[in-house]
Design a protein around this ligand. Structure first.
Ligand SMILES: Cc1cc2nc3c(=O)[nH]c(=O)nc-3n(C[C@H](O)[C@H](O)[C@H](O)COP(=O)(O)O)c2cc1C
Length: 408
């Protein structure tokens, strides 16, 4: 790490001394930004305690320092050119908040009703696999942090903690994210197990249909000098995941599912006793069809840009999906949410709740449970500020009129 910094510093000093660079830097506005960037984030000065974080971005470089390059790459990666990964962030700039003044915001109520349960905020922990790759306590730390801040947590099928242990650590029911595998009957076994453990909602992920190219992951893995097999063992990927314990995995190898159709949804809808949610919707017709099929909620998601490149940012498609669904079921969204103002925009455009993925993993990899707690606290605090500034004392006061589409 030090060597990398030293060589990067050396390169920058060399470039800065070059008259060619001086001319082009001024031409490109790098030297003299307007307004001047007086305090850019310095990767040489990482926070050493979660309390020192100013925003959620302070955690990612600490995580990078702490976890093996292959594991960091698994977290960070997008697909191909990572256009969608970036679009998820950049598209928030297309939507400007339109504040209403002279509204009493001395009290802000961020309580959200999500499928009949009240949470202190609409910030939801998105399902992410293999959390023990980032910290030895993995999903247990995440569940405890969710408990501290009273957040809804969605546990991944491929979590490194079982649904039973995660619910125990959360001290309340959590949702179970479902990958059926290629054999739907395995999915049915998982549903029965999760429901028996007390998961009131099954969220089926629809968008992992190929082994897309994770270039960032592949490149960072090459820099990892450890022998992966030492930790990962000889068992195949799914067999190592606690949620599959006792399930015959003959003929299946991973989470890629190519054979799901609306018929599978019908079959699963009949099996799921609790609420049934579809994750990975990006299209108005799919959203309408989900409502027609008796689905309880959808999550507008492109999997954080991890399954395909060249699809829309989720915030871009949210308004048309909200309109198409017409209030028939709640709509959740994820993808690139890092700021309270990002969350406020989605809620104003009609989302019921917002799921976050990578930011809590940054907190986990950086400082374990304390890091996750601080990431969530920062996001709650920023959302509160955004609501006060826009003039919305409660979530129902966030309306589409408070967001204006700009040309950016
Ligand atoms: C490391 C990692 C693992 C993930 N694993 C899963 C998973 O097992 N199941 C799933 O439905 N989504 C998974 N996701 C996608 C997230 O649920 C969510 O859609 C995405 O992270 C949201 O984007 P964001 O990371 O920009 O917040 C994963 C995301 C990451 C970053």
């Amino acid at each position: 790490m030090q060597d990398v910094h030293a060589s990067r510093r050396g390169l920058l000093q060399f470039l800065a001394a070059s008259p060619l660079f001086a001319r082009s830097a001024v031409a490109e506005g790098l030297r003299s930004t307007d307004p001047m960037a007086w305090a850019p984030r310095e990767l040489e000065k990482l926070i050493d305690d979660p309390s020192r974080a100013i925003d959620v971005f302070d955690f990612e470089p600490v995580m990078k320092q702490n976890v093996p390059p292959a594991h960091f790459g698994y977290m960070a990666t997008g697909v191909d050119d990572e256009v969608t990964l970036r679009a998820n962030r950049e598209s928030f700039r297309k939507f400007a908040l339109r504040p209403r003044r002279l509204v009493d915001v001395s009290k802000v109520d961020m309580r959200a009703d999500i499928l009949g349960v009240s949470y202190e905020s609409p910030i939801v922990i998105a399902p992410t696999g293999s959390n023990r790759a980032f910290h030895p306590d993995g999903e247990i730390s995440v569940a405890k942090a969710a408990r501290t801040g009273n957040h809804l947590q969605i546990l991944s099928t491929v979590a490194t903690t079982s649904i039973e242990d995660a619910i125990a650590a959360r001290g309340a029911p959590i949702w179970f994210q479902l990958y059926t595998t290629q054999r739907l009957e395995i999915g049915e076994r998982l549903v029965r197990r999760a429901e028996a453990a007390g998961a009131p909602v099954i969220a089926l992920t629809l968008d992992v249909r190929s082994s897309a190219k994770w270039a960032t992951f592949a490149r960072l893995r090459r820099t990892d000098t450890r022998e992966c097999g030492t930790c990962h063992g000889v068992n195949q990927y799914l067999a190592r995941k606690p949620n599959f314990a006792g399930i015959d995995l003959t003929g299946v190898t991973g989470t890629v599912v190519t054979n799901l159709t609306w018929d599978s949804i019908k079959r699963l809808r009949d099996i799921v006793k609790g609420k049934f949610v579809l994750k990975g919707i990006l299209d108005v017709e799919d959203a309408q069809r989900a409502a027609d099929a008796g689905i309880d909620a959808i999550i507008v998601s492109n999997h954080g840009g991890r399954v395909e490149d060249g699809v829309s940012a989720t915030i871009d498609v949210l308004p048309e999906i909200v309109e198409a669904v017409g209030g028939r079921m709640p709509i959740l969204i994820d993808g690139g949410f890092r700021r309270g103002s990002d969350i406020a925009k989605a809620l104003a455009l009609g989302a019921r709740a917002v799921c976050i993925g990578r930011p809590y993993l940054w907190g986990l990899g950086a400082f374990g449970q304390a890091g996750v707690e601080r990431v969530l606290a920062i996001m709650r605090a920023e959302l509160r500020v955004a609501m006060q500034q826009v003039g919305a004392p409660s979530l129902k006061d966030l309306t589409p009129a408070m967001v204006r589409r700009t040309s950016a």
